[in-house]
Design a protein around this ligand. Structure first.
Ligand SMILES: [Zn+2]
Length: 101
């Protein structure tokens, strides 16, 4: 008696929510936040460490903004959330693995 999964409504024996959640560690998160002096920055988290510099460079070039990348996080000057999903998709990332908050 596994019961019903509260997330998808399928019997727990066949539901894939847990497996999907494990993969969810791979999700990319995009959000913006205010730095000191009220400057807005856009943060991209969850990218592969090895890809980070390349992607940061490409985003900065395409968005014509400053930014930096370290410890798995890209910080871009300004508000770019609306464009980043599309840009990452162009670079081969799955659009539905990108959470724009
Ligand atoms: Zn489920």
């Amino acid at each position: 008696m596994g019961g019903i999964c509260p997330k998808c409504g399928l019997p727990k024996e066949i539901c894939a929510c847990e497996a999907l959640e494990r993969e969810g560690a791979k999700r990319i998160k995009v959000y913006s936040t205010k730095k000191k002096f009220g400057k807005l920055v856009t943060i991209v988290e969850g990218l592969e460490e090895g890809e980070l510099d390349k992607i940061a460079k490409e985003l900065k070039r395409t968005l014509a903004c400053g930014g930096s990348s370290k410890e798995g996080v890209i910080v871009l000057q300004g508000e770019h959330r609306d464009k980043i999903r599309q840009l990452l998709a162009k670079m081969g990332y799955q659009e539905d693995s990108i959470d724009v908050v």
